[in-house]
Design a protein around this ligand. Structure first.
Ligand code: PLP
Length: 438
């Protein structure tokens, strides 16, 4: 059983990075680890392992509104994204060499961004970046316009279900409907969405959907790609032909069992948990705004709404602060969170998501992401709000002392940081983005 004392020495507000495993998932996984059997073996132990895999597949399919045969187990969200995008790109291009265009939103996770940029650099792909509005939302009409210029050259479309930094939920069913009109395969990275908003694969109209175990209370290192039966994928790994011949490799039976238990739990309790999280999120945002430092909330926030923004996501901008300094000061005060940005060659970089939303680099540097999950309590929010003023004061002092240039008009001029400069067609998000966003 989970030793809850492991989580009592600090306040954990980084559930978007990973959330504690559910006791039920640990129990199921541990029990499975005590057994032997490769799910591909024909003897009794192998068949028992296979049974666990197939029951887990059924449970995940049921929870996601998919058929069991549509669930392909992978090592997590990153692999699922790679398999969906590279696998579909190669299959579509093989069938018709004109299909080299990939339409992808500016605010994707690096598992998608780096994947399409790899295809551009090495495989002749052409990327059409899909713009977002000020809250980070892709409009279906943007997708239609991008397809419409040249529909027969499009290999696939990929738009995430919910953003990992600012929590904006995309109109996926409407975007998928546009793609279906042109018979173009459409993928969505739903790693952050599952367990927080309703995700129904069949109802979404998608061809491909990525999910991950460790964001929903399952283990790290396991996930799945949901792929319609008629989705054609070129495999990325070759070997034993497991998982519909597209994802070879012995299956991690204990992790798959833990994943399925977590999925059942997360979806069955979603309504209750997310209502609670929405309340905590709103309390956190209001408290931070009331702290008197001019803190702003980013993205689409409407108090009480857990549909257009992820219930557990609070993304704040603290003026005059470097987000990384704030993160370390809060950590020292026992509160763990993230910024959504990270260092490249030792230099903190503003988030590509915030830049795509039209924010200046200077403003984007004060970003702080606080994500709530199934273990979060009102006391966690109170502890954060209590630690915030001292951390902000120190971070602001440090900012003034170390980087007076950052406030000079030249460095923050709108021209240097305007949305136009990061607009899809001109600049890839990667050029301004960190590698470690989670
Ligand atoms: N996609 C999104 C939106 C994510 O937030 C993450 C992880 O943070 C991933 C993909 C990668 O998932 P995994 O850690 O399972 O590889």
């Amino acid at each position: 059983m989970l030793d809850s004392s492991a989580f009592t020495n600090f306040v954990y507000l980084d559930h978007g990075a990973t959330t504690p495993m559910l006791p039920e998932a640990i129990e199921a996984m541990t029990a499975q680890m005590a057994t032997v059997g490769n799910a591909s073996s024909l003897h009794t132990s192998g068949r028992l392992g296979r049974r666990v895999v197939e029951e887990s597949r059924e449970a995940i399919a049921r929870a996601m509104g998919a058929r069991p045969s549509e669930v392909l187990f992978t090592s997590g969200g990153t692999e699922s994204d790679n398999l969906a995008i590279k696998g579909t790109f190669w299959a579509r291009k093989d069938a018709d060499p004109r299909r080299v265009r990939i339409l992808v939103s500016m605010v994707e996770h690096h598992a998608v961004l780096d994947c399409v940029e790899f295809l551009e650099a090495h495989e002749g792909a052409k990327i059409t970046w899909l713009d977002v509005d000020q809250v980070g939302r892709v409009h279906p009409e943007t997708v239609r316009a991008a397809i419409g210029t040249d529909p027969e050259t499009v290999a696939l479309v990929s738009v995430m279900w919910a953003n990992n930094e600012v929590g904006t939920v995309q109109p996926i069913a409407e975007i998928a409907a546009v793609c279906r009109e042109f018979a173009i395969p459409v993928h969505s990275d739903a790693v952050q969405a599952v367990g927080q908003v309703e995700v129904d694969f069949a109802g979404s109209g998608l061809d491909l959907l990525s999910i991950s175990g460790h964001k929903i209370g399952g283990p790290q290192g396991v996930g799945a790609l949901l792929a319609r039966r008629d989705a054609t994928l070129v495999p990325l790994t070759h070997g034993g032909g497991q998982e519909r011949q597209v994802r070879s490799g012995s299956l991690d039976v204990p992790a798959i069992r833990g994943f399925a238990v977590a999925m059942r739990h997360a979806t069955a309790n979603r309504a209750v948990v997310t209502e609670r999280l929405t309340g905590l999120r709103d309390k956190l945002i209001r408290g931070a705004q009331d702290a008197g430092f001019g803190v702003q909330v980013t993205g689409d926030w409407e108090p009480g709404d857990g549909i257009r923004r992820l219930p557990g996501n609070a993304h704040l901008l603290v003026p005059g602060c470097d987000g990384d300094s704030l993160l370390y000061l809060l950590d020292a005060a026992g509160v763990q969170c993230s910024t959504g940005s990270a260092c490249q060659a030792g230099v903190p970089q503003p988030s590509h998501v915030l830049l795509a939303m039209g924010m200046s680099e200077h403003k984007a540097r004060g970003a702080l992401r606080l994500t709530l999950g199934h273990t979060s309590t009102a006391a966690d929010v109170d502890a954060f709000l209590a630690a915030l003023p001292a951390a902000v004061e120190r971070a602001q002092r440090a900012q003034v002392a170390t980087s007076p240039k950052q406030t000079s008009p030249k460095q923050t001029s709108p021209k240097q940081t305007s949305p136009k400069q990061t607009s899809p067609k001109q600049t890839s998000p990667k050029q301004t983005s960190p590698k470690q966003t989670i």
